[in-house]
Design a protein around this ligand. Structure first.
Ligand SMILES: Nc1ncnc2c1ncn2[C@@H]1O[C@H](COP(=O)(O)OP(=O)(O)OP(=O)(O)O)[C@@H](O)[C@H]1O
Ligand code: SF4
Ligand SMILES: [Mg+2]
Length: 387
């Protein structure tokens, strides 16, 4: 690759050298659907259906995708709040895939989860002091200087007053409650924090504050994050790499710069086009808005081949029959697509659009140009090498 390319990948290269803290391979989580008196299994919700990724020490992996694509399930399974159906999870070099509650107990210190709902996740009958000190009690840990002092230190760390110790959750705003949730999650100095939509229940004006707080704490405490969000704009600034999920699969996984500057999966491109452009210089630029038609199909019987083929404006026959593998098409950018954007076509011989693609293309404008019957590389594609 060229020098420019190398420069662009500077931060990602740094991240590459970091040690892997979490390694997930072929992870599957199916929820059985049972019917009748005998409760026979008649099907399964394929919430997570074979995903692989790594999270390196000190980095932030953002996970995005539409509602129902399996983000929360992935979070609950990798933190072992739920059992996986298949695949493996290694944390800090240890295989935690099949550990039972007792086996996970010592690891609960190291792996914490922050939940979306700052209202529901705090017990209204407990004081802030009691909520934030719960992890010490549960783990039987006595911090230096005593629990109260440590809790007050944590409250200060997340921007609250130590005097809030004896107050109750209802006395706080949403943003403050989420800070309390963060203080509780950080109490035991975890190695990994999985935050499931940590700011989506908050007022937009508060969202940035809480995300920035998490970012500051990461620097200060050397935390590793997996941050789940609906909205790409939430994870944009804090993530080193971003995984895009669609119907239980990762369709693209790339460093932030590559993903934002040149998304390769059509679904990523559609998600990106829905994000408002924050750069005032680009605001007047030609809108490349891609409107995805239809809902996400059911994870009980996901579409064959590429799961996105029922909504993709580039879908051809091969997309319907053959599942695209998640391949590294550019350094640091893995994509699962037969006809990726800005790269060599993975299935150049397959050019006839599916009727669903024609329909989707009609609803898409700008760069959502269909793969047409002309398989020639687009102007933004690299010249094809021999196939
Ligand atoms: N305990 C469960 N039993 C059965 N199905 C479940 C269960 N938990 C989740 N699901 C299903 O699994 C799929 C993925 O759900 P999940 O909550 O992981 O998605 P998500 O990406 O987090 O969505 P959202 O953005 O709305 O939070 C959904 O179809 C959901 O209905
Ligand atoms: S072009 Fe084909 S493989 Fe790629 S996202 Fe669209 S349907 Fe899936
Ligand atoms: Mg969720």
């Amino acid at each position: 690759m060229t020098d420019t390319k190398k420069q662009e990948q500077g931060p990602a290269d740094g991240a590459d050298e970091r040690e892997v803290l979490l390694k997930v391979e072929g992870l599957v989580k199916h929820f059985p659907i049972k019917k009748g008196i005998l409760q026979r299994q008649v099907g399964a919700v394929k919430a997570v259906d074979g995903i692989d990724f790594e999270v390196r020490r000190g980095e932030t992996l953002g996970v995005v995708g539409e509602s129902g694509c399996g983000k929360s399930t992935m979070g609950r399974v990798v933190t072992r709040l739920q059992d996986p159906t298949g695949g493996s999870i290694h944390f800090d070099g240890q295989d935690i895939t099949r550990l039972n509650a007792a086996g996970m107990r010592p690891l609960r210190r190291d792996i914490q989860m922050i939940f979306q709902d700052p209202y529901g996740s705090l017990n209204p009958r407990h004081t802030i002091g009691s909520i934030v000190s719960a992890p010490f009690r549960l783990q039987g840990v006595e911090p230096e200087g005593g629990v109260k002092k440590e809790v007050q230190r944590l409250l200060e760390l997340v921007g609250l007053s130590p005097e809030h110790f004896n107050r109750y959750p209802h006395e706080f705003s949403g943003g403050q409650r989420q800070r309390i949730g963060i203080a509780r999650a950080l109490a035991l100095k975890p190695k990994l924090v999985v935050a499931d939509e940590p700011v989506s229940a908050l007022d937009v004006s508060i969202q940035a504050q809480v995300v920035n707080l998490m970012d500051d704490l990461q620097q200060e405490l050397g935390l590793t994050y997996v941050i789940i969000a609906h909205d790409l704009s939430v994870v944009r600034h804090v993530s080193d790499r971003i995984a895009v999920m669609y119907l239980g699969k990762i369709v693209e996984l790339a460093d932030k710069t590559s993903l934002y500057e040149s998304p390769m999966h059509p679904y990523t491109k559609a998600l990106m086009s829905a994000v408002p452009v924050p750069d005032p210089k680009r605001r007047g630029a030609k809108s490349d808005r891609i409107l995805l038609k239809g809902d996400v199909p059911s994870p009980i019987s996901p579409p064959s081949g590429c799961r996105f083929h029922t909504r993709c404006w580039k879908a051809t026959e091969i997309c319907k029959t053959t599942e695209p593998l998640l391949l590294e098409l550019r350094p640091g950018q893995q994509v699962a697509c037969h006809h990726p954007e800005s790269a060599e076509d993975q299935a150049p011989q397959d050019t006839v659009l599916l009727s669903a693609a024609k329909e989707a293309a009609a609803g898409a404008r700008g760069t959502a140009r269909p793969a047409t019957t002309d398989p020639q590389p687009k102007d933004d594609q690299e010249a094809p090498t021999d196939k």
